[in-house]
Design a protein around this ligand. Structure first.
Ligand code: 5GP
Length: 124
């Protein structure tokens, strides 16, 4: 098993948002998480939920974040879903590293909804 590189680049755009250097349209801020609207929405609702901690990806966050941060993050997701009336359904996506199409190297969960989201991904 190869060791994954979880080194974190503090100059990434979401780190700058968390430091208040770049504005964002906040949906919800909790003790350890921030939810804000994606700048280039791909659905009527497109929100990004991020932990405030320095985690590069879903697997990094899941492996190393303390329980308090993990719970806070998922409760934040649940609150966002309720606040934005996504009860009928939504899609959650976490693009991970190069082959997963990740552009910003700070863990984020895309929450997409407000319309029928279709099938999961394009078939081969
Ligand atoms: P990824 O491709 O890494 O999964 O997704 C990165 C997401 O961040 C993209 O959907 C992109 O539109 C969004 N994004 C990039 N820069 C900014 C920004 O400065 N502000 C906001 N709100 N979203 C951004």
């Amino acid at each position: 098993m190869t060791q994954t590189d979880f080194s974190y680049d503090p100059t990434n755009i979401f780190a700058r948002i968390l430091r208040g250097e770049i504005p964002n349209k906040t949906v919800l801020e909790t003790a350890h998480s921030l939810a804000f609207h994606d700048i280039r929405p791909l659905a009527p609702v497109h929100v990004l939920v991020i932990p405030k901690g320095a985690y590069v990806s879903l697997d990094h966050f899941s492996a190393e974040a303390p329980a308090e941060e993990l719970v806070d993050f998922h409760r934040c997701v649940a609150q966002v879903v309720a606040m934005l009336d996504l009860g009928p359904g939504f899609r959650a996506i976490s693009n991970t590293r190069e082959a997963g199409g990740q552009e910003v190297p700070h863990y984020h969960l895309h929450i997409l909804g407000g319309r029928h989201m279709g099938r999961m991904i394009q078939p081969e």
